[in-house]
Design a protein. Structure first.
Length: 87
């Protein structure tokens, strides 16, 4: 795979606070889609899975456990047409 091929990349440098997991679909130059596991426990909520693309946030699911939210994120990444690349 070349650096310009679309791929998912986890961005641990963007994680912190409510963002527990962040993955970006990128071609190395721009970001096409984002996938977030976010905690809203600080406001009495649960753990949520969101995608962001084209200026729209899409709520993909709500989970009581962090492990369930990460499992859903992993399934979404596995269903994608693009590979997950460790960076």
């Amino acid at each position: 795979m070349t650096d310009t091929e679309r791929h998912w990349q986890r961005r641990r440098d963007l994680e912190g606070g409510k963002e527990l997991g962040v993955w970006l679909l990128t071609d190395g130059r721009s970001v096409e889609r984002e996938l977030y596991v976010e905690s809203h426990e600080y406001r009495g909520g649960a753990i949520d899975l969101y995608t962001y693309a084209d200026g729209d946030w899409i709520h993909e699911g709500e989970f009581e456990a962090v492990t369930d939210a990460f499992a859903a994120a992993r399934r979404a990444l596995e269903k994608s047409d693009y590979p997950l690349v460790d960076a």
